[in-house]
Design a protein around this ligand. Sequence first.
Ligand code: HSE
Length: 427
Amino acid sequence: MNKPLKIAIAGLGTVGGGVIKAMQAGDNALADRAGRRLEIVAMCARDKNKKRGFDLKNWVGDPRALVGTDADVIVELIGGEDGPALALVQEALTAGRHVVTANKALLARHGAKLAILAEEKNLALKFEAAVAGGIPIVKALRESLITYGVVAVRGILNGTCNYILTQMEATGRPFGDVLQDAQKLGYAEADPTLDVGGGDTAHKLALLAGLAFGTAPEIDSMAVQGIAHITPEDIAFAREFGYRIKLLGIAKKTPYGIDQRVQPAMVSAGTPLADVNGAFNAVMADADAAGSFFFEGRGAGDAPTASAVIADIVDIARGNIGPVFGIPARSLISLTPTPSGSASSAFYLRFQVLDVPGVLAEIAGHLAEWRVSIESMIQRGRAPGEAVSIVMITHETTHASVGNALKTIAASDKVIAPPCMIPMEAR
Ligand code: HSE
């Protein structure tokens, strides 16, 4: 057998711990797959005294000291888009070490330049675990769905949001209550902003778009919306119209550029994405003439994420280095975003209004001014002079037209809360 592949790991939280336990448990089987033994020669984390359920062998004092060991591969599981994670990855590549990371924030921001650094030295920079945990979507986009090219990806990429939306639907409880429960159960972080605000999905989507379209990952131009404004009422109305609400990351090729968005969307009940429940993740990739492919699985947790990290390590052990984003990093093109507001779809609109004469005519009038056509409508209950909800589904139109109409409608003294607008996807 070839000489062992030496591995150093920075960060021993859920994922790092999972990697070490899985490598110990799968030792011989992994060596057979890799064609050589995988040997952990160094590890480090912030707190040496924390109980972790495995021996802390070959401990070093700080992440950068890992580069001073004889490791062939540095596994970066620290997290964060800058700081120690960026310093470690840069130094590891500069020192001629392969890198495996689960760090989506780092790669969404610095992926193109780190890829250039890796490829100049013929090194691997692998990141299967950064997107959708155990789902092998990075490999699928980088190596498998390449003949016809991918024209669109749509994904449920954040398990916390999908868990919250699923629970809201099952219990009829509001976002804030369900989030609190999710935090108590350990499904949501103490600071949930990155998850529920859509930022985590945006990082993952930027990587999927880079792999799919040969573009440098780009998040600054991405429209990003989270789920905090979704109400149980919206979820109930969605069900009535035959839809479920999912937080989607969407990246599509259009004649005007790449449309990349993170937003809650109405997905037709019974379609594969609509049926993804709880903390699961899923990606639908439209590979043009090859057709659509649907991937579903666990997007977080120690074993699924460790499974992705170790798959990358085994790839390196076999000598499968390859370009980081599937084409040479110097050939990645800058992403041209579609003009703001130009994306089109049908929309779900909910207005909280006073039940007074003329309110419906006023709303319909402003929609007509922006050429937004109504497909169907529900007004639930009747409470003269009091608040009621009016819900409409529009025909296809642009985000800009709906946005402009809603700005005018929101200013009406008969409209008592900001209108809710949710695009319809995957109808
Ligand atoms: N916090 C993420 C989620 C997992 O809830 O899906 C890591 O990106």
